[in-house]
Design a protein around this ligand. Structure first.
Ligand code: AMP
Length: 373
């Protein structure tokens, strides 16, 4: 970034006053690296295929150009669609767009599973500028003839790799085919082959912006504790008793998340768990309690590993080591956001050892033993 751009910060993008006021309200002063690169390209009318980690400020990176276009489009003829892998991320992205777009007056609608179709049909008929949703529900609304995808002129795929990992390839492909979008942009922490394939088909001219890939955030400290499978729980309890940091404990399966949470609770910890089996309202309630700081210990499955922005999180504990390096990066990305400090501690049993070694090799990093024991 040159001196002038740095001096001007967000001013250097030449955004209109209404958009700029949203940035001021949010308290953002300096664009993050992904914003510095993505915003000018998208403002110039081009799509991007951007690789960046969660927590890097990518929501505002695509939201601000979208808001700028909406603020210039007096007839409000353009419609935008943002697809996210999870319901929670959809809510979070919609909240950020609403917050930044308050002075522009964009109408943002959220279309996610687990909520009444009837209510969502009402939102469609009332009109919206930006739709944020999960692929399954968006497609469902389209197939029922409620949502007209033909009127969508721009699509953003957020956390695209995760979306495809979750089996949404066909749905996303159908959605993209059904829109008349002139621009399709991809945001993805990694760019595996299936993301490439979609990008090639729908965003052949997009500008590639590769930032940090799987590089770890520098303010995060990584540690490992060697354990027997049977002593994992006691090791976890020891860690938790040693400090009161806000913590997410990741487990490999839904049943394990419940088992760990119930066992911790029985031993007097204030703890909640969250997994994909729970009704949406319960998931949201639990996340809310955690965000408010009413609970500072949450046991979760992979569901929470992507996208959810819990800024105060100080510690991630991998009760089970994830099977691949991308999952590790995403779990780790729950902490150390926007330059804050955080730690990731993995409990490595003989069963986890191979996967853990792979993670170390791929990240080119030796993860040291946890010191304070
Ligand atoms: P995201 O990667 O979009 O989930 O953003 C991560 C966090 O960074 C969110 O809490 C944003 O509100 C915040 N954020 C985004 N852009 C900036 C910025 N330029 N300055 C400070 N915070 C930001």
């Amino acid at each position: 970034m040159n001196f002038v751009a740095e001096e001007l910060g967000f001013r250097s993008f030449g955004l209109s006053e209404d958009v700029f006021k949203g940035i001021l309200d949010a308290g953002y002063t300096v664009p993050t690296p992904i914003q510095a690169q993505v915003i000018p390209v998208m403002l110039g009318g081009n799509a991007v295929v951007a690789q960046s980690m969660t927590g890097s400020g990518k929501t505002a990176a695509f939201a601000l150009p979208m808001l700028e276009r909406a603020s210039r489009d007096k007839s409000r003829s353009d419609r935008y669609l943002v697809l996210t892998p999870t319901r929670e991320l959809a809510e979070q992205v919609a909240a950020e767009i609403k917050r930044l777009g308050r002075h522009v007056g964009v109408r943002v609608a959220v279309f996610i599973g687990g909520k009444s179709i009837g209510r969502q049909a009402e939102w469609v008929s009332r009109g919206f500028d930006v739709a944020v949703g999960t692929p399954g529900r968006i497609l469902d609304l389209y197939e029922r003839g409620i949502l007209d995808l033909g009127s969508v002129s721009e699509v953003i795929l957020d956390e695209c790799d995760r979306m495809l990992d979750m089996g949404f390839y066909e749905d996303v492909d159908r959605i993209l085919r059904s829109t008349s979008a002139r621009r399709v942009s991809f945001f993805s922490a990694t760019i595996p082959e299936d993301v490439e394939r979609l990008a090639h088909r729908y965003a052949a001219d997009a500008k590639r912006i590769i930032l940090d890939g799987d590089k770890q955030v520098e303010t995060i400290e990584h540690y490992a504790i060697d354990v027997d499978e049977r002593s994992k729980f006691w090791e976890l309890e020891r860690l938790l008793s040693g400090s009161n940091k806000s913590t997410i404990v990741f487990t490999a399966t839904k049943s394990r998340s419940r088992w760990v949470a119930e066992k911790l609770s029985a031993r007097g910890h204030r703890v909640a768990y969250i997994n994909g089996d729970m009704p949406q309202t319960k998931r949201e309630q639990t996340l809310w309690l955690f965000r408010q700081g009413r609970i500072n210990l949450l046991v979760a499955t992979e569901l929470l590993a992507r996208g959810i922005d819990i800024i105060e999180l100080e510690r991630v504990i991998n009760f089970d080591v994830p099977q691949d390096v991308h999952a590790y990066t995403h779990r780790a990305g729950r902490t150390g956001r926007m330059g804050r400090r955080g730690e990731v501690i993995s409990l490595v049993s003989p069963r986890d050892r191979q996967a853990f070694a792979n993670i170390e090799v791929t990240l080119n990093m030796r993860i040291p033993p946890y010191p304070q024991r």
